[in-house]
Design a protein around this ligand. Structure first.
Ligand SMILES: Cc1cc2nc3c(=O)[nH]c(=O)nc-3n(C[C@H](O)[C@H](O)[C@H](O)COP(=O)(O)OP(=O)(O)OC[C@H]3O[C@@H](n4cnc5c(N)ncnc54)[C@H](O)[C@@H]3O)c2cc1C
Length: 386
């Protein structure tokens, strides 16, 4: 067991930190303010391989271990969690396409997606199917060599600005086994997009509903076999949850670093506020929570890399713990900045707004507890062995 990052992981982190300082830091506040989706910056991230970090090499990805990918996402998220979170969703959808796509699908989109020239959305949630995603109703009816898709999706990140939709739809009967996954050109006839949702955070990426009205796609667009879609969606989300957890860790790291400096510069009662032990203890707790969250995320990522049978449980634990801890650290950081934390001149309130949704999406933190408890109560006394 070695907790030290490898030289390669440090190099990825350095590259990501430099990129974040140059390409994200000068603009993140403005993108948030103006709800601007920075396609150009994402394409530049793609030039560094960040749009296909763990996608297979056969489609131009770097095929990195998930653990290594966390080093990149954490550095980006320390500056701009919203844009980074979209990049992680794109990575997840691209990995799904690269892993289960037909040769034709991989040839058509693989290189464009891993390079960041084109972008992908992950479309699972529906207006009536959120936490209970397996109850989704969007239909994919087989018609000869095609499928015809009807239904709607809700809360889709990137929707309206992405090129490929990785879509879960019902091609068979009720339940998870009736769901198939597809990769669909986002501008196919019959697809329409709702208004850009106005949100508390994640403003640098659009969120929209999508409607499918007799959308005809060739059967080769299916990912995997018929009925495998839910399994594929959940495999995507194991990694997705690590990614979102990493974005929270990154944001917390960014907030903590700002706070370490601020409390030493800010004077009240004739001395730096860092001299008050009550605030020192807060800083100590923030750092402790942050390190615990980071280690939890890295543990889950290495479980995924080793295909541990309990990987979904560890990913759920990491997502639950790190997104709660990340939000809490950002909140404490804002508090230690006093009134300045609350105004937009400082990034604290943006980091707080951006991390709040991490407790909700890619499975709410209540659903993470459902997953963990289910494993603990599955009858195996040796659940989650030491
Ligand atoms: C900004 C944003 C971006 C998103 N991006 C995407 C995307 O790109 N692709 C996508 O597919 N989806 C996306 N989502 C959707 C997101 O994954 C869902 O919002 C989430 O899964 C919760 O579903 P819901 O909103 O329908 O809440 P509901 O399922 O209605 O839950 C409401 C509340 O009930 C709780 N609850 C539900 N069931 C249980 C239970 N069994 N036990 C205990 N508590 C329970 C929930 O935890 C929650 O607190 C996004 C959402 C947001 C806000």
């Amino acid at each position: 067991m070695d907790f030290e990052p490898t030289e390669e992981q440090r190099a990825f982190a350095d590259t990501a930190r430099n990129f974040a300082q140059q390409a994200l830091a000068p603009h993140a506040a403005q993108w948030d303010e103006e709800a601007h989706f920075p396609r150009d910056a994402i394409a530049r991230a793609g030039e560094l391989g960040f749009c296909g970090l763990y996608a297979p090499e056969s489609i131009g990805g770097l095929a990195l271990p998930r653990l290594d990918a966390t080093f990149v996402f954490e550095e980006l998220a320390a500056i701009d969690p919203s844009t980074t979170a979209f990049i992680t969703i794109h990575n997840m959808a691209t990995w799904m396409l690269g892993t289960w796509g037909s040769e034709a699908v991989r040839a058509e989109w693989g290189a464009a997606l891993t390079s960041g020239a084109q972008l992908a959305s992950y479309c699972l949630t529906e207006p009536g199917a959120g936490s209970d995603a397996a109850s989704l109703k969007t239909r994919a009816e087989r018609h000869g060599d095609d499928y015809v898709i009807n239904g709607s999706k809700a809360f889709i990140s990137g929707a309206g600005s992405t090129d490929v939709l990785v879509l879960m739809a019902r091609s068979g009967g009720a339940g998870a086994g009736g769901i198939s996954a597809f990769a669909i050109p986002a501008d196919t006839h019959g697809i329409s997009y709702g208004k850009k949702e106005r949100k508390m955070g994640w403003n640098s990426q659009p969120t929209r509903t999508i409607s499918f009205d007799n959308v005809r796609i060739p059967a080769r667009c299916r990912l995997g076999e018929e009925g495998e879609g839910f399994k594929i969606a959940m495999k995507g989300l194991d990694g997705g949850r690590i990614n979102i957890a990493t974005c929270s860790v990154g944001a917390a790291q960014g907030a903590l670093a700002q706070t370490q400096t601020y409390v030493q510069e800010r004077h009240q009662f004739g001395k730096p506020i860092a001299s008050f032990q009550a605030l020192q203890f807060k800083l100590a707790d923030m750092a402790t929570e942050l390190i615990a969250a980071r280690q939890m995320v890295r543990l889950a990522a290495s479980k995924l890399d080793r295909q541990d049978p309990d990987v979904s449980t560890y990913c759920a634990m990491a997502k639950r713990f790190a997104t709660d801890a990340g939000f809490q650290v950002c909140n404490e950081a804002l508090q230690l900045h006093g009134g300045y934390g609350y105004i937009r001149e400082y990034p604290l309130e943006r980091l707080l707004r951006d991390t709040r949704v991490h407790q909700i999406l890619e499975g709410t933190n209540e659903i993470m507890r459902v997953i963990i408890a289910r494993r603990l109560l599955a009858g195996a006394a040796d659940a989650l062995p030491r």
